[in-house]
Design a protein around this ligand. Structure first.
Ligand code: FE2
Length: 364
């Protein structure tokens, strides 16, 4: 393997161009982010972690994913990335600060790499203490999440609504649909220093994608900071498209469940997949589609790995089956206008069953 040009230490944000910033801001409020700056031209949202923002959208004529922002620890790495790509080092915007370079991956997906960004003080949150069968950590104390039952109210039409959203801490990863899995895995290693946690082996026995992570040496990194999955030739319109962005929650399971019922009882949004627990990365997950049709994920309790964990080969069925949870729709990881989702799901029913059948065959 080639020595990488740089090693990104983490992902910071995702950036979009969207037609309706007001509708997106309302969604992000419900999804559990905190507005940093909102005007007619752009919106910026943060989590309870120390990143200046974790989600940015600018006003656009069409809805489009623009880029993911990553961070490097040294200016030398930023200079090396700029020299390798033949691009200039630019100043970061007023909120993010620092310096940055703009790159494109093999599918033309945008990447912004930063050094020396502003960090805003993390917002302190109390994390619930959980009791389990064998471990009793809370005695003579009730478990109350948020306002307890006071989070419920009835709207004018007699529907019960749950007020408390999730508390998002940070962006943890993105998933991208690519043309050529091995080419993407190589590029993200050779340029950004990312290493494979799990190679996804397709029904043909070849590597069709991977879950890849940042190489932070002895410092633990998330199991994946990026998931790339190669789609077959007939899915060509989706080559080089955004799959989803996964945001880590502050308070574990209660945060995931509360956020689910907040989104659900609002009656405004399209649910995509969850609640369940992934196999690859182990996260508890819940996916929702935003008003522009892009999928954003709540996750918590993921695996962490140091650089010495070797890559594994895993069958693609492990992606769709997970450990438990609903069977995913065929629309999962497909950026589609919300109004087109039902028709897409109907047009390709049973995608999971098709994958399981191709790899394992039916049982019994
Ligand atoms: Fe995810």
């Amino acid at each position: 393997m080639n020595k990488p040009i740089a090693k990104v230490s983490d992902i910071i944000f995702v950036r979009f161009a969207l037609r309706d910033l007001e509708a997106q801001a309302a969604y992000l409020d419900d999804f559990g982010m905190r507005a940093v700056k909102k005007d007619a031209e752009a919106i910026y949202y943060r989590g309870s972690g120390d990143d200046a923002y974790i989600y940015a959208a600018q006003k656009g004529e069409a809805d489009a994913y623009i880029a993911a922002g990553y961070e490097v620890d040294t200016i030398e790495e930023l200079e090396a990335l700029a020299a390798n790509a033949g691009v200039a080092i630019e100043a970061g915007d007023a909120l993010m600060g620092g310096q940055m370079v703009r790159l494109s991956d093999p599918d033309g997906m945008g990447i912004e790499v930063y050094h020396g960004v502003n960090k805003s003080a993390a917002i302190d949150e109390n994390v619930p203490v959980l009791n389990s069968g064998k471990h009793k950590n809370r005695v003579n104390e009730t478990q109350r999440f948020g306002g307890g039952a006071d989070e419920w109210s009835m709207d004018g039409e007699g529907n019960m609504q749950y007020a408390l959203p999730s508390s998002i801490m940070r962006l943890g990863h993105t998933a991208l649909n690519v043309k050529d899995g091995p080419a993407s895995i190589k590029w993200y290693h050779d340029v950004l220093g990312m290493i494979v946690s799990d190679n996804i082996i397709g029904p043909d026995g070849n590597v069709g994608g991977a879950f890849i992570r940042c190489d932070n040496g002895d410092m633990p990194s998330d199991h994946h900071t990026l998931n790339v999955v190669a789609l077959p030739p007939e899915a060509e319109p989706f080559h080089g498209t955004f799959g989803h962005a996964g945001f880590e929650l502050e308070k574990s399971l209660d945060d995931l469940m509360a956020g689910h019922f907040h989104m659900k009882t609002s009656g405004k949004y399209t649910h995509e997949w969850g609640i369940g627990r992934h196999l690859l990365g182990s996260q508890l997950y819940d996916y929702w589609r935003d008003p522009h049709g892009f999928i954003l994920e709540h996750w918590t309790d993921g695996d962490l790995m140091t650089a010495d964990m070797p890559p594994q080969d895993v069958p693609i069925v492990d992606v769709v089956k997970g450990q438990y949870g609903p069977v995913p729709y065929s629309s999962f990881n497909m950026s589609l206008p919300v109004e087109a989702v039902d028709e897409f799901r109907d047009s390709i029913p049973g995608l999971t069953e098709m994958i399981v059948s191709a790899v394992e065959g039916p049982k019994g």
